[in-house]
Design a binder for this molecule. Sequence first.
Ligand SMILES: Nc1nc2c(c(=O)[nH]1)N[C@H]1C(S)=C(S)[C@@H](COP(=O)(O)O)O[C@H]1N2
Ligand SMILES: [Mo]
Length: 314
Amino acid sequence: MLIRRPSDVLPSEITSRELYQGRRHFLQQGAGLALTGAAALGMPWTAAQAAALKGFMPDKSPHPDDKPTPLKDVTSYNNYYEFGVDKDEPAKNVGAFKLRPWTVTVDGLCNKPKTFGIEDLLKFAPLEERIYRMRCVEGWSMVIPWIGFQLGALLRAVEPQGSAKFVEFTTAFDSKTMPGVKYAVLDWPYKEGLRLDEAKHPLTLLALGLYGEELLAQNGAPIRLVVPWKYGFKGAKSIVHIRLVEKMPATAWNKAAPNEYGFYSNVNPAVDHPRWSQATERRIGEFSKRKTLPFNGYSEVASLYSGMDLKKFF
Ligand SMILES: Nc1nc2c(c(=O)[nH]1)N[C@H]1C(S)=C(S)[C@@H](COP(=O)(O)O)O[C@H]1N2
Ligand SMILES: [Mo]
């Protein structure tokens, strides 16, 4: 976002132009990817874990205008700067990144801090499929059928204390397997944050899978944040630490360019990025632009911000 200026997606940058071809198509692609993914990781999920994810296939979107973006695009057109700044680099460079063993520590201002193994997290709360619109601050969007559970359930389990007002997310950092971290594009490890009420909102997910399969590393495996009413960079990938804090945490993009990337980062067509408009977006796989909606269309979150000047708190 800083080094390149992809305020718009050129058709030549779009790796796949396949349109939605129905469920069979997804199943075929999904099966192929599952094999590649398992082989590449050398450590597939157990049968029970895979079974828990199976059965989540996008039969229909909540809105007829929001057809799920082809799996191929979701897994090959990515932002994950630890693996390179170009959209095709994460998928190519994640090969050596180890997804097991994996733990997520949840601590800070809470009564029951705990380190969870990823296997425990899979069983932690009922998994749900949510087909969400995702809007990148660069001006492109996708529709992704996520599988995950509500972050709020995990937070309740550790019993936040009254002084906890924000949640800080820290993601994986490994210079041996992440070729992008040798460049000081961002202050590694990548960090993000939410206000506690945003974190507890039922739309806010910790995702473990998409399209009925375990997440691939380029999408933030084994566990990543999904906040559909905010710009994509809020969705921290490959989380290792979740901390309840009193003060607004420093976040990677805000540190890198505070005038361009605010803490709130709510999708807002009325607040332009200093270098480009946010009024429209290009859905990957489509050629004409769409109007960007306030809160990315998730107007039910508006009450979280009542009384706030969203031009100031962008
Ligand atoms: N750790 C980490 N998380 C990250 C990023 C990153 O560079 N590093 N990029 C963010 C950005 S800018 C976007 S748009 C989304 C993209 O998620 P996707 O590739 O699964 O669509 O991941 C976000 N999470
Ligand atoms: Mo993004």
